[in-house]
Design a protein around this ligand. Structure first.
Ligand code: PLP
Length: 347
């Protein structure tokens, strides 16, 4: 099976597994794990922040950041397709007691004008808007990259109104690899930012959340409270360090493959539209005359290829470390078979 469902599906390479054998470990809860400390120091520097904390997942990074930045009853500005709204089981409501103001952006990206309009006036009747979140790259926007200027402009709009700013950088390194802009530059106007090691970077566990010393001290209390504090976490942190050293530059291979597949997919008869492909995610919509997305995904599975159905007519394909050009050819053979023949059209 070639798994194009997500870049989370990568398995650690043999070289990555080998670094575990020699890593130095200790009790992470007591700051005694040198490998984890090393990882946090490196990521804080990479992201241009004072400090960082190692967490089990990106979801926990988002949820802890929201909790630190807000009080119950506050409102948080996000884009409607983002992970925080759609895939964190209502965490902002359940954990932080906050409401979300969902903006309708273009492929996950919104404008400073939308931010200004969304921020409520100071009123005893209204929720207080205290945080704005962005996703770089925007997953359900087809891996779209926020242009640096726009990223800075929405942050300025939020900050002018006294809001905190948070960046979900699950795939920030994809933007870095594509545009050659540093992660610290992208994160400059953001109080907090994190990167995920389990996406294109190919590690099995872990994400690192960065911010000011004070923010990280508060984040650590929540990590402890939620049961995210670890013991000999160097075992997994060592693989994240390996990913930083060896798997960042190669992200451009994933982008090249995605670009190539996106071009081919856009030519299929029964494909209505492919979102612009900028990084490693291809999202495309099927014409009404095509089988449904779920049916196509099931047919592809029978050909040995996995993809994701997101809605009735929308399919997502993600490239990563474990799918190469040959896998792409298999995917295209399947898609050609089911989406390129008038015979497949349903009346
Ligand atoms: C944009 C985005 N944010 C957050 C997450 C959550 O990351 P994790 O799976 O590490 O919890 C994901 C995972 O797919 C994601 O795509």
């Amino acid at each position: 099976m070639y798994d194009f469902y997500a870049d989370t599906k990568t398995k650690p390479t043999s070289e990555m597994r080998r670094v575990v054998l020699d890593c130095v470990v200790g009790d992470e809860q007591k700051d005694e794990d040198p490998t984890t400390t090393d990882l946090c120091t490196r990521v804080a520097k990479l992201l241009g922040k004072e400090a960082a904390v190692f967490l089990p997942s990106g979801t926990m990074c988002n949820e802890i950041a929201i909790k630190v930045h807000t009080n119950p009853g506050d409102e948080v500005i996000c884009e409607q397709s983002c992970h925080i709204i759609n895939f964190e089981t209502g965490g902002p409501a359940a954990i932080s007691g906050v409401m979300i103001k969902a903006l309708h952006g273009q492929n996950g990206i919104f404008t400073p004008e939308q931010v200004v309009q969304a921020i409520r006036p100071n009123s005893r009747y209204m929720p207080k808007c205290t945080l704005m979140c962005v996703e770089q790259t925007a997953n359900m926007g087809g891996g779209a990259i926020w242009p640096l200027e726009q990223l800075q402009a929405v942050a300025s709009a939020a900050k002018d109104a006294g809001l905190a700013t948070h960046m979900d950088g699950a795939r920030l390194m994809n933007a870095v690899a594509k545009k050659g802009i540093s992660a610290a530059t992208y994160a400059e106007n953001y109080d907090t930012v994190w990167i995920d090691f389990t996406k294109g970077l190919g590690a099995p566990v872990g994400a690192v959340l960065a911010g000011s010393e004070d923010f990280i001290a508060q984040a650590w209390r929540l990590k402890q409270q939620l049961g995210g504090a670890m013991r000999q976490s160097g075992i997994v942190a060592s693989m994240c360090l390996y990913a930083l050293d060896h798997h960042v530059d190669r992200l451009s291979d994933d982008h090249d493959l995605a670009q190539n597949l996106g071009d081919q997919i856009s030519k299929l008869n029964l494909v209505k539209e492919v979102l612009p492909v900028e990084t490693n995610i291809i999202i495309f919509d099927l014409k009404d005359t095509a089988p449904t997305a779920a049916e196509i995904v099931a047919l592809l599975r029978s050909e040995g290829v996995l993809a994701g159905a997101f809605g009735d007519r929308r399919i997502r394909i993600v490239t990563h470390l474990d799918v190469d050009v040959a896998a792409g050819e298999m995917l295209m053979a399947g898609l050609n078979k089911y989406l390129n023949s008038d015979a497949q059209e349903v009346a």
